[in-house]
Design a protein around this ligand. Structure first.
Ligand code: MRU
Length: 343
């Protein structure tokens, strides 16, 4: 494996290392993610997270496993285990389907990494072109360098607009329950020197009402053929609020997040997580121990609430999405596999 490095993932040729995102922003700890069983656990506990990154990390893990002499049956069992580590982000299934068929797992994993970097650049260019001088931008969850191999999806667009000197100001939702906005996006924004303000999720409507936000940009874990999309829970609420206040709302996603086999949002599997994440955070519990909870990690936003979808290759308006443009733009592309089964 040729060495590579991104914000949250690196390979030194022999070992795959992942930055433990669960410990950010307080500690920057790199863990060995070379073993598939360990990688499944890292993905499940969100040490490695973000739709594109979990696909890239799982592919690099499998390639390392092959490099270390895994048999064909060990390789395919590891591929299946990684594929089912989390259910919503289709990038994981996309990467594992490619690795399953790959003649050379090492060069396929390298290609998946390089491609993700390139897809991020495409989204950044297309998305930044929408942003005007001085805009306030609201974002949710973490969609930056930590969530991809490159500069990110929605946060990559914001970063590019900042680099273009557009004087943007970012409002970052803290993103309950696991605080990817407060812990990770805030950490990235500070590192990048992008002017920003952290808010709790419940403050977003007020910001929109007060005219502080000119555009909402979010990532996606799976875009269905009709343009409905899944993203971190809270995204749907933001889309409703943006529509009410007449503020443009854009999901930003690479082709590896588009699932043409999913006809609409109702077909997207949504991950349900541990009650402990709603009753408290880490070791701190603030709710009664046995209070029933509901903890979907993602929600689905209907295409009707989308102003336009920013892809790595195009920007599609709501009308284009509703008239089936996604299949034309993303269908039959290399790397967008045939319909998947059992996702
Ligand atoms: O549960 P997470 O932290 O993996 O959720 C991540 C998101 O919802 C992101 O918005 C998404 O993966 C797309 S952007 C890279």
């Amino acid at each position: 494996m040729n060495p590579f490095e991104s914000l949250g993932l690196k390979h030194d040729g022999r070992t795959l290392w992942v930055l433990d995102q669960a410990q950010l922003p307080d500690a920057e700890v790199w863990l060995d993610g070379s073993d598939p069983e360990t990688m499944v656990a890292l993905i499940r506990r969100l040490a490695v997270r973000g739709a594109p990154l979990i696909g890239v990390a799982a592919a690099a893990c499998l390639a390392t496993f092959a490099q270390r002499g895994a048999s064909a049956s060990e390789y395919s069992a590891a591929c299946a285990a990684l594929r089912s580590a989390r259910p919503t982000a289709v990038n994981l299934m996309w990467a594992m389907d490619r690795m399953k068929e790959a003649a050379d797992p090492v060069s396929e994993a390298e290609a998946i990494f390089t491609e993700d970097v390139r897809l991020c650049e495409g989204m950044a260019e297309h998305g930044a072109a929408l942003i005007q001088e001085g805009e306030g931008l609201l974002t949710h969850c973490n969609t930056g360098g930590l969530a991809t191999a490159g500069i990110g999806t929605a946060l990559g667009v914001i970063r590019r607009a900042h680099e273009q000197g557009k004087h943007v100001h970012v409002y970052a939702d803290e993103t309950r329950p696991l605080l990817q906005g407060g812990r990770l996006t805030a950490w990235e924004l500070k590192k990048l020197g992008i002017p920003s303000t952290l808010i709790t999720d419940s403050m977003a409507a007020l910001l929109l009402r007060d005219g502080k936000v000119q555009r909402v940009l979010v990532g996606s874990d799976r875009v269905a053929a009709n343009g409905d999309f899944a993203n971190k829970v809270g995204t749907y609420g933001l889309a409703v609020q943006a529509r009410f206040h007449g503020v443009p709302f854009h999901p930003v996603a690479p082709v590896s997040t588009v699932d043409l086999a999913c006809p609409d949002g109702a077909a997207i599997p949504i991950e349900l997580r541990n009650p402990g994440e709603v009753r408290g955070y880490g070791a701190w519990r603030w709710a009664p121990e046995d209070i029933p909870t509901w903890n979907p990690a993602f929600d689905v936003t209907p295409a009707d609430l989308v102003s336009s979808l920013v892809l790595d290759r195009a920007v599609l308006t709501r009308n284009e999405l509703c008239s089936g443009a996604l299949a034309k733009v993303c269908g039959e592309q290399p790397g967008n596999p045939a319909p998947r089964q059992g996702d």
